[in-house]
Design a protein around this ligand. Sequence first.
Ligand code: SF4
Length: 480
Amino acid sequence: MSRQAPLRWLASQSATRTVPSTLRRTIFTVPPRASQAASLAACPEPEQGPVASGHDEFWRQIPMWRDVSVDQFTSYAWSKKNIVEHHKRSRSENLQGILRVVLPDSVPCDSSPNKLQRREELIEDVFQGIAASTMSLRLMPYIFSRINWQDPRHDPIFRQFFPVKSLMVPDHPKLKLDSLHENEDSPVDGVVHRYPDKALFLPVSVCPTYCTFCTRSYAVGAEVSTFTKQQMKPILKRWEHAFAYIESQPGLHDVVVSGGDAYYLAPDQLAYIGERLIKMKNIRKFRFASKGLAVCPNRVLDPEDRWADALIWVHRKALGAGKRMALHTHFNSPNEVSWITQAACSKLVEAGVTIRNQTVLLRGVNDSVETMSALIRTLADSLRVAPYYVYQCDMVKNTEHLRTPLQTMLDLETQIRGSIAGFDMPQFIVDLPEGGGKRLAPTFLSYDRQTGVSRYMAPAVKGKEKEDKVYEYYDPCIMA
Ligand code: SF4
């Protein structure tokens, strides 16, 4: 990215607000990039041959990327050009063509690995799934090439990002688009304020890759056929309304910058948000939430892209001001992790950035003790990322086939605790429907395994008649 480029976004906003001089300083003091070779050298497997060629170039198994070099694959510009996507207005032939190239003639079925589904049947199944889905389809090349295309229906990455009609089942009647009632807890556009000392800021509603189970599907992603989304555009005027609200709340000390995904913010936008928050007297800490490290870690290593530099710059600036910044990421499967992820995490961790992970518990993705344990160990030991939360899948529309009963989470917690160091043990959480906030899964008031209804209270969440409210989580109607 050129030194001048960051001003483009600000210039486009000038009709709504004068660019603060502090921001000009922000942009021009972001430090120069380390070389790509230096970034890759941080990767811990340098034994065989040159660093860049001593690793598995897994993307070359994808026929159309057979000749793509490490340097090309590391380029974020190349990644953006080669995104695999389909939304309401895209041409179906594009995705069909890609699937025809990557899929074998037939693949094992879900029900029985000995039963096969023909390639054209699976493609039709995917397109019917897209038509019924609440999320559009988008995958960065990195995560697309981590899928086992010989057996996609059993692949934990394919299951998260490809809507497949034959997998979908009717929703539990309590499932909603905005199950956490974020709209009810939003005092101004782009802010959710539920806890007294913490708020969520939503600067953007797009992501580098779309999860079919997204909690914020009411707003996130490109248009779909099933309903109209609330869009959250990265417009300075909208952001400033949100900042004015955040600054006006003396009891508010902590901000989560999410979306959408902070990875879809340009480096100058990230720096701008960071600096605005650091300058607010009431804000003590903030986190950027991003799935970027899980779906496109190569961006962090790209010498032409400055997102990671901007993040590190904000981190140092926050420390200098006596405040804290962290990156919250979203890994759900150990299969998402490669040597590129290790190199990217090393770069950020060694620059002092705290990284914490939030996993969503998903049926057929990470709902076994073996997989969840492997994920936690990989995060903690290979990536040096804190395995912070494992969430029960929210009661969001069109997720019934991916949700697990609460009992699955309780069993995982029971079996994993004691096998992993306590400080690496994530908290197993239910984010209560209707805006009750996060509660530890085993702290229910009651859990009826027959009806699948668990009940919780959230004493710290007040206002809007929430003081004595009892919140209910409903297990999926289908069981394994
Ligand atoms: S990355 Fe986060 S916000 Fe984006 S689609 Fe996935 S869950 Fe939703």
